[in-house]
Design a protein around this ligand. Structure first.
Ligand SMILES: Nc1ncnc2c1ncn2[C@@H]1O[C@H](COP(=O)(O)OP(=O)(O)OP(=O)(O)O)[C@@H](O)[C@H]1O
Length: 248
């Protein structure tokens, strides 16, 4: 794998018994790219992300993430990626600084690195007044920005964002996306799932998954042209309306 490819997968497949949750995914994601991983409920996104993050073994196919093999180097993958989701986030009953210390430790940073990067993070997010307050008391938008920054504390090559902006207002979502752009411009690869189609338009490329398979992949502009659709929302609808799977 060359340095500039952060994900490479070929025919990546996950079966649960006879059920094929993820069916032969093949694509590459480049360094610094913002890659939107779209699909309706049950399409197989979370199952695929779990394999990319070294949390679950594929049934077949190959994949490397940050240069490491998803079968043989799961622990190295975990150390070189960041992960954030709406469900898995910060500890609400710890303060902002305690969360930074905790996750910095999990990511293997030294105490000096935690102190230095933590202070810079608090300053960048203008959270000085909240640094010693419990995260549970912060507004959702702040929690999400903080969770994203914490997921980047160890400067991973790639960060997986699983519906990071669920439930927040459009202004806060835009601010969140400014952070994403900044991280990508600094070279971090962003792999993001979202149900907000305006966010899909912000990605460099998007894939659209239907019933375990990737049915379309390209820049938002190229996909709109390919499907003669005015928006990614419309492309998504055209592809996903025939899906057999729905929410559990
Ligand atoms: N451990 C499991 N055993 C059996 N089936 C599973 C398991 N995990 C997921 N599935 C099934 O695999 C399919 C894909 O699920 P997955 O959670 O990956 O979808 P998703 O695209 O992430 O959906 P959502 O947007 O709702 O999170 C679903 O039909 C789900 O029921």
């Amino acid at each position: 794998m060359t340095e500039d490819k952060v994900i490479v997968c070929q025919d990546l497949t996950k079966r649960f018994g006879d059920f094929v949750a993820v069916d032969k995914l093949s694509f590459e994601v480049r360094a610094g790219e913002i890659f939107g991983f779209l699909g309706a409920n049950g399409a197989g996104k979370t199952t695929a992300i779990r394999m990319f993050c070294g949390l679950s073994y594929p049934t077949a196919g190959t994949a490397q993430v940050a240069g490491y093999d998803v079968y043989k180097q799961q622990e190295l993958i975990k150390r070189h990626i960041g992960y954030m989701s709406q469900k898995f986030s910060l500890y609400e009953n710890l303060t902002v600084l305690e969360n930074i210390e905790f996750f910095g430790g999990v990511y293997g940073l030294s105490r000096a690195q935690i102190r230095e990067r933590g202070a810079a993070l608090v300053q960048r997010l203008q959270l000085e007044a909240e640094a010693k307050k419990l995260v549970g008391g912060l507004p959702l938008g702040w929690k999400q920005k903080l969770a994203f920054s914490v997921a980047m504390l160890h400067r991973p090559r790639i960060v997986f964002l699983d519906e990071p902006t669920g439930g927040v207002d459009p202004i806060t979502r835009r601010q969140f996306w400014d952070m994403i752009y900044e991280a990508a411009a600094a070279g971090t690869t962003i792999f993001v799932t979202t149900h907000y189609m305006d966010e899909a338009e912000y990605c460099d490329r998007v894939s659209i998954m239907v019933d375990g398979r990737i049915e379309a992949l390209g820049s938002p502009q190229a996909l709109k042209k390919e499907f003669a659709a005015p928006s990614i929302d419309e492309v998504f609808y055209l592809l996903a309306r025939g899906a057999q799977r729905g929410a559990d």
